[in-house]
Design a protein around this ligand. Structure first.
Ligand code: FES
Ligand SMILES: [Fe+2]
Length: 399
């Protein structure tokens, strides 16, 4: 993030702290309960936001070198994403041209050839069919007609985008807009190294998981013994970039910046930036690395979802851990503590109440959820979501 923007945001937080204010959306909005519970709505979401929308499947660090791969079936289409021997990012439909079997079943790894488990047809990491057994008996087919189907794929600013549709378009200008493009260009997310992925499965609509990241109004209550110890609650900045948003959460360490010159301020030292990347991504850069949270509906249901949480670290942090290991410190345990620390807050606190909220909505006794003046990220997300589905925006009610 550019220095002047870091300073503007940190000053904004300090100003809120000193004046006991918070960001103000100017009113409240009410989101109808069927946003989360309607089967008909869910079908439209699945079609618009998953089957027919560019998807962030990971970061550059998920494909750390040539001849590595990852697979996913999170948004309906089985995908095999590779980094070929030239280092290029490619994506293919992960189904065999012979009889449609999933070719690669492992989630991530290193190899340049993929062999189908059914009859052993083998593909290169550029999607070419390079061989099939017993060709004399099977028949002499034109191999160039039997490659894996290629999907649009784009690697930029350290993110990996795939479009689930073969003729889909990934247009970053359209997705992010100029301002966010410039901001992402300044971060160097491409250097982050993948370290772990966890999956949290929850009985709730996928958007309730997203909502939990959208405000810090709840910190002093739900997280009073956890995050609230290191964050000021009800104090944030918010900006939107087309359909995306960026919250800046206020760490208590922001007070240490008051004694430093502004040129020494670092946005991650005094705050936690949280990017909402439409439709289903929460991306959180930290001093040590980043968390990538991907929210997906599960089992074709508006009532079930899972979150994939990927943990990344800056190279110097992992180097430092290696040094610590030499002194007898259990570095693996330190990393494990990070993963468990994230789960103990997000899975066990945030998602637990979000699942409870889903139960409440499903009981049919609540007509709408209400987002306060101090929850502008949720105003933006929900009105963006509605706009993307061709629904009327939710009116702002002054209170
Ligand atoms: S289905 Fe893949 S080799 Fe036959
Ligand atoms: Fe929370």
């Amino acid at each position: 993030m550019h220095k002047h923007e870091q300073i503007r945001l940190l000053k904004g937080l300090i100003n809120h702290l000193d004046n006991k204010t918070n960001i103000n959306a100017g009113g409240i909005i009410k989101t109808p309960a069927d946003t989360y519970t309607s089967e008909e709505r869910f079908t439209r979401e699945w079609d618009s936001f998953f089957l027919n929308h560019p998807q962030i499947i990971g970061l550059s660090g998920d494909l750390p070198k040539a001849d590595t791969f990852i697979t996913t079936e999170d948004f309906g289409v089985p995908v095999l994403a590779t980094r070929n021997s030239k280092g290029e990012f490619k994506a293919y439909v992960n189904i065999c041209s012979h009889r449609g079997v999933i070719v690669e079943n492992v989630e991530r790894g290193e190899k340049s050839k993929f062999s189908c488990p059914f009859h052993g047809w083998t593909y290169s990491n550029e999607g070419d069919l390079i061989g099939y057994p017993k060709s004399e008996q099977f028949g002499n087919i034109e191999k160039t007609c039997y490659g894996l189907k290629e999907l649009p794929a784009l690697e930029k600013f350290g993110f990996l985008w795939v479009h689930p549709s073969q003729d889909g378009v990934i247009d970053l200008e359209d997705l992010l807009g100029d301002e966010l493009i410039k901001e992402f260009d300044s971060w160097r997310f491409e250097d982050l190294i993948f370290s772990n992925e966890d999956v949290y499965t929850t009985e709730m609509n996928w958007k309730l998981a997203i909502d939990t990241f959208g405000e810090t109004y709840h910190f002093s209550v739900l997280h009073k013994d956890s995050l609230f110890q290191s964050f000021y609650g009800n104090c944030q900045m918010f900006d939107s970039f087309k359909r995306n948003g960026r919250l800046i959460l206020c760490k208590r360490t922001i007070d240490e910046l008051r004694d430093l010159s502004e040129s020494e301020w670092d946005i991650c030292a005094g705050s936690l930036p949280v990017y909402y990347l439409f439709p289903n991504i929460i991306f959180i850069p930290t001093l040590e690395g980043a968390f990538l949270v991907k929210e997906y509906p599960a089992e074709n249901s508006p009532h079930k979802s899972y979150s994939k949480i990927s943990f990344y670290f800056h190279p110097h942090i992992l180097e430092h851990l290696k040094e610590l290991e030499k002194t007898g410190i259990n570095a693996k345990q330190l990393l494990q503590d990070q993963y468990e620390g994230f789960a103990s807050v997000i899975r066990d606190e945030d998602y637990a109440v979000a699942a409870s909220s889903h139960k409440g909505l499903r009981s049919g006794n609540l007509d709408y959820l209400t987002f306060g003046k101090n929850e502008p990220a949720l105003h933006h997300y929900h009105n963006t979501y509605r706009e993307a589905l061709g629904l009327q925006p939710l009116p702002l009610e002054e209170v």
